[in-house]
Ligand binder design. Structure first.
Ligand SMILES: [Zn+2]
Length: 282
């Protein structure tokens, strides 16, 4: 699976753009392929071909929140386009989504960890891409995954939603934040909610998880019960936060809310909100 600048080749019905090992698109790779897995007949690998340059006269690559551009490589099938996985993931089968997320996350890790973090020497890819080793000091480095908590914060019939100033207009979502060193998941949920909104929470329960390779997160979906409801925003983190009732969330999902736009399906936030709305979390 050639991967170009974090984008995965996908056709209009969600088939991944697999190529054979001698496909000429792979000639632009600077490092060996990374092993993804195997089934009865085939072993699957991903390889980073980011040095390739698409047609300079082609569409510009947008640098916004979501990259809506698509690029075609001349050595891939005619209907295969490099696309942002956020756009294409809903088309993929569960297995292909897992392979694509794995490929994107691990190649992103290689692209930013080419030098030993202990001594600074250039490191080498080992174990089919699941390790890097430093030839100077022999230190081993392993692919990194960053834990993130994302939470339904509820107060009776209401759910807490927030928005970052960088997000597209009208986008609100669940609060989220990185787990810090030495911190249990439950404490990370309580700390993030308190820091960002001043809301105190009591019981926290884990619900579900989702790998989120933008670039290497693992999202831990939780539910937390608020014991206070007075919002005090941290303007460095959030531009706005609001309580919405189940009835209001129905209007959001129907595209009829006065200022909150419907979130993109496919992300765990949408999954958690849908299940809270349907009262399916107990
Ligand atoms: Zn080293």
């Amino acid at each position: 699976l050639p991967v170009w600048r974090g984008k995965i080749p996908t056709d209009p019905v969600g088939a991944l753009g697999w190529v054979g090992p001698d496909n000429k698109s792979l000639l632009d790779a600077r490092e060996p392929p990374v092993f993804l897995g195997q089934d009865a007949r085939t072993s699957y690998f991903a390889q980073d071909i980011s040095p390739w340059s698409p047609d300079p006269n082609g569409p510009a690559i947008s640098a916004g929140f979501l990259d809506n551009s698509a690029q075609h490589h001349p050595y891939l099938a005619a209907d295969q386009m490099f696309q942002d996985l956020r756009s294409s993931m809903l088309l993929l089968s569960p297995r292909d989504a897992e392979l694509a997320a794995t490929a994107k996350a691990i190649l992103q890790w290689h692209s930013t960890h080419g030098f030993c973090s202990a001594c600074g020497h250039k490191s080498d890819l080992r174990n089919a891409g699941w390790q890097r080793v430093c030839p100077a000091c022999t230190a081993s480095h392993f692919p990194r995954t960053d834990p993130v908590v994302i939470m339904l914060v509820t107060h009776g019939n209401r759910l807490l939603l927030g928005r970052s100033a960088m997000w597209p207009q009208g986008m609100y979502s669940l609060l989220a934040g990185f787990v810090e060193p030495g911190e249990p998941i439950e404490a990370a949920v309580r700390r993030e909610v308190l820091e960002e909104t001043g809301i105190k929470t009591a019981e926290v329960r884990y619900l579900a998880s989702q790998p989120w390779p933008f670039p290497n997160s693992l999202m831990f979906g939780c539910i937390a019960e608020a014991t206070t409801d007075q919002i005090t925003l941290d303007p460095a983190e959030l531009e706005d936060a609001v309580w919405v009732t189940r009835e209001e969330l129905v209007t959001v999902f129907a595209g009829e809310h006065p200022f909150i736009k419907q979130g993109r399906n496919g992300a765990i936030a949408h999954f958690l909100m849908t299940n809270w709305l349907a009262d399916r979390l107990d």
